[in-house]
Design a protein around this ligand. Structure first.
Ligand SMILES: [Zn+2]
Length: 308
């Protein structure tokens, strides 16, 4: 009997506490999706994989643009003003982010650099080229093309989302764990696919591929565009043609975001095959997610290397 009274008392005491105005406000707030802005569509995919219906995410760039020549639109400022979180790759890639954030004047915005803790590859001069590769002080920023580095980036995104929206933290953690498993599986499948290919040397369109090449044990024998947004000189093209012929390089990785004329010219001159790949999800049909893009790039490249 005493227990029953105690239980009743507890319920009476507990119920009003559940419905204080602050709790109601918090619940209403939790029902609002977490507003996130990302610079590149690859980051948008990861935010969606982790956050599902609890996030509203805007990518400033589409998969059709080059990450080096992008300049923010007025709508980007509006998106940044409304956001709680902004994810960037960092490593000197999105040079336009700091002024965009400053202009937006959103005091509650948290900017997260997802390439943190990833050891960057330093660009160096072409073996026989005429110019330096990307002029990034920090190192080459195209880390996301290595699925191993992608896992680190996903973990940074997940931690920031868990901290910004604790109401959905368990769900974010579960989704992250499931995604990291899928990522590992696709990485293993793609390693297996490229493992059998005997000729592993490629010419690349711009210096986006060192992390990818390291993961898949490919040799980058030359780079067409060593300056973002620039044009290769006649002398550089001549050097590339000589190298392709001399070293029997059979594949040119061309990127859909960049002009196809020079890769086509090199292919005509040398008989090498072109594999048109994408550095960003959504750049080509069938590459809407990061995992789709990884599978697509590896398959196209493997098929081109096997034609030789
Ligand atoms: Zn790039």
């Amino acid at each position: 009997m005493f227990r029953l009274i105690l239980l009743t008392l507890l319920i009476i005491v507990a119920v009003p506490c559940e419905w204080t105005p602050s709790t109601t406000a918090r619940l209403a707030f939790a029902a609002e999706p977490l507003n996130v802005v990302v610079t590149l569509p690859v980051l948008k995919d990861w935010v969606q994989q982790i956050g599902g219906s609890h996030v509203r995410v805007v990518s400033l760039m589409t998969g059709y643009e080059s990450e080096h020549t992008y300049s923010p639109k007025p709508s980007d400022l509006v998106a940044v003003r409304k956001a709680s979180l902004l994810f960037e790759v960092g490593a000197g890639l999105e040079v336009w982010v700091s002024s965009l954030v400053k202009n937006a004047g959103n005091a509650s915005l948290q900017v997260v650099t997802t390439s943190k803790d990833i050891e960057l590859i330093q660009d160096h001069a072409e073996p026989a080229g005429d110019t330096h590769a990307h002029q990034h002080a920090a190192g080459n920023p195209h880390v996301w093309l290595d699925p191993g580095a992608a896992a680190t980036m996903v973990q940074h995104i997940s931690s920031a989302m868990v901290a910004a929206d604790p109401a959905h933290a368990p769900e974010y953690r579960t989704n992250t764990a499931a995604y990291l498993q899928s990522l590992l599986r696709v990485q293993e499948e793609s390693l297996e696919r490229l493992h059998k290919v005997p000729n592993r040397a490629v010419i690349v369109h711009h210096p986006a591929w060192p992390y990818f090449a390291r993961r898949y044990d490919l040799r980058i024998a030359g780079t067409i565009l060593t300056q973002p947004g620039g044009e290769p000189s006649a002398r550089h093209l001549h050097t590339l043609i000589e190298a392709i012929k001399r070293d029997h390089i059979r594949v040119i990785i061309s990127e859909v975001q960049l002009n196809q004329k020079v890769p086509q010219l090199l292919a005509r001159e040398t008989g090498a095959h072109i594999a048109v790949l994408t550095t960003l999800p959504g750049g080509l049909p069938g590459t809407e997610t990061y995992l789709d893009m990884l599978r697509y790039n590896v398959l196209q490249l493997a098929q081109a290397l096997e034609q030789t």
